[in-house]
Write a protein that binds this ligand. Structure first.
Ligand code: NAD
Length: 429
């Protein structure tokens, strides 16, 4: 099929590439000229395992092209995906300005039946907004479908190629048939719904996952008070099939990233707007905020006042296998440490460039894991990168003058750390 994707960020680029890989011809559009020029040369703007190879392959096989022209995309494709960002506005609502801009652009160039697919995470009712914008300029037939994306950064290519489910929101038979045909090769269950339910499925899913994280973090706090171990508690819970072995029950320093914080906020705000107080989600958010700050207060109890302390950080990205630092807990933790007078040096396997945009000259950027632990009073672990988990603990102990580790991701076993002679503090254990 001939399709186009507008907004070539994490979701847009991965989605476009996976559709191309399955034999579709994909036009990728972004307003960021540099990004498009780089992509034409095969330079990938984000870190995502396996993505670079797949983009280059599909460029060579002429199944994927990059442009800044929405006109070309609308004219040349039957299905137009909108995958632009929907960040929080100053009140915490999803800011729809990019989605509206794209709808406006489409309305100027559409001249025949098209399916316009909202892949961006958008609040309930956005499908109607997009329809209205297009109808202002175009009187012919078109369909607006809600098709939320569930990929996880860090395994985005795998997730896109192997989705747990595909949600197609629109009652229109013609649009459903075409979308079903497009998604058939993915061999995933398809949930057909109306537009509004599809829009809500995305928020409901992310909010449920965030709820699980705040729940297990609250359990971790109780575990610390009573002397239990939250990892055992989670293990015991997950074996209940109603809870499930893949549930998001890993205690730590709280959730971050480009989706959970903004989606939880947006659902709270949307509910308020419709006159419903979504109190569970308000608690989820508040527990998460406290949990991030707890990393610093726990460190303080562990090593004494922060002022003047030299602190090493492992992990800046909001999770492993990505360079994305949007709402990463590292930002909150490092800023608080700096505020309290610490000297911070940090290492992340892929997010160092991103971190320099955020912290500028305020911290020292290390060349590797070892550099980040030399001459520090404590090491704080903020991202559970595999290379940290597999570190040579014997060498680590030798290099660290003061073997104090505050692990906000629970990556090491308590027994092992005790045996190796570390002073080791983690979450809820
Ligand atoms: P992103 O910020 O990485 O990318 C957005 C892209 O859209 C940018 O390249 C930007 O230049 C482009 N853009 C903005 N306005 C444009 C316009 N008028 N025309 C063309 N391009 C334009 O965002 P993302 O992380 O890919 O997220 C996109 C959407 O997908 C969001 O709604 C997000 O909530 C949702 N989502 C994200 C993830 C994730 O893991 N990142 C997962 C599922 C869903």
């Amino acid at each position: 099929m001939k399709i186009s994707v507008i907004g070539i960020g994490y979701v847009g680029l991965v989605t476009a590439t996976c559709f191309a890989e399955l034999g579709n011809t994909v036009t990728c559009v972004d307003i960021n000229k540099k990004r498009i020029e780089d992509l034409k040369k095969g330079i990938i703007p984000i870190y995502e395992p396996g993505l670079s190879e797949l983009v280059k392959k599909n460029i060579e096989q002429k199944r994927i092209v990059f442009t800044t022209s929405t006109k070309a995309a609308v004219e040349n494709s039957k299905i137009i995906f909108i995958a632009v960002g929907t960040p929080s506005d100053k009140d915490g609502q999803a800011d729809l300005k990019y989605v509206k801009q794209v709808a406006q652009e489409i309305s100027l160039h559409i001249a025949d039946y098209r399916i316009i697919v909202n892949k961006s995470t958008v609040p309930v009712g956005t499908g109607d907004i997009v329809s209205r914008i297009i109808q202002k300029k175009y009187k012919g037939k078109f369909s607006v479908v809600s098709n939320p994306e569930f990929l996880r950064e860090g395994s985005a290519v795998y997730d896109s190629m192997n989705p747990d489910r595909v949600v197609i929101g629109n009652g229109d038979v013609k649009a459903r048939k075409i979308m079903e045909e497009l998604y058939r090769p993915f061999k995933a269950p398809i949930v057909f719904t109306d537009v509004k339910s599809a829009e809500l499925i995305k928020y409901a899913s992310n909010s449920m996952l965030a709820t699980q994280i705040s729940f297990i973090n609250s359990m971790a706090n109780i575990c610390e008070k009573v002397g239990a171990d939250v990892d055992f508690v989670a293990e015991g819970m997950k074996l209940d099939k109603r809870i499930g072995k893949h549930s998001f029950l890993s205690a730590g320093g709280g959730y971050g990233g480009s989706c959970f914080p903004k989606d939880v906020k947006a659902l709270i705000k949307a509910s308020d707007k419709y006159g419903y107080n979504f109190s569970i989600l308000k608690a989820v958010e508040s527990v998460n905020e406290t949990q991030k700050r707890n990393v610093v207060s726990k460190t303080k109890k562990f090593i004494g006042p922060i002022k003047g302390k030299k602190i090493g950080i492992w992990g800046l990205a909001f999770k492993p296998q990505t360079d994305d630092m949007r709402e990463a807990i590292s930002i909150v933790v490092i800023n608080k440490l700096l505020q309290e007078g610490a000297k911070v040096k940090a290492f992340d396997p892929v997010a160092m460039d991103e971190a320099q945009h955020i912290f500028k000259e305020k911290i020292t950027y290390c060349k590797d894991v070892w550099d980040a632990v030399k001459d520090v009073d404590v090491l704080i672990i903020l991202t559970e990168w595999p290379e940290f988990k597999e570190i040579d603990l014997f060498k680590l102990k030798k290099i660290m003058d003061k073997p104090y580790i505050m692990d906000a991701r629970n990556i090491f076993s308590l027994d092992k750390m005790e045996e190796k002679g570390f002073h080791y503090l983690s979450i809820g254990r």
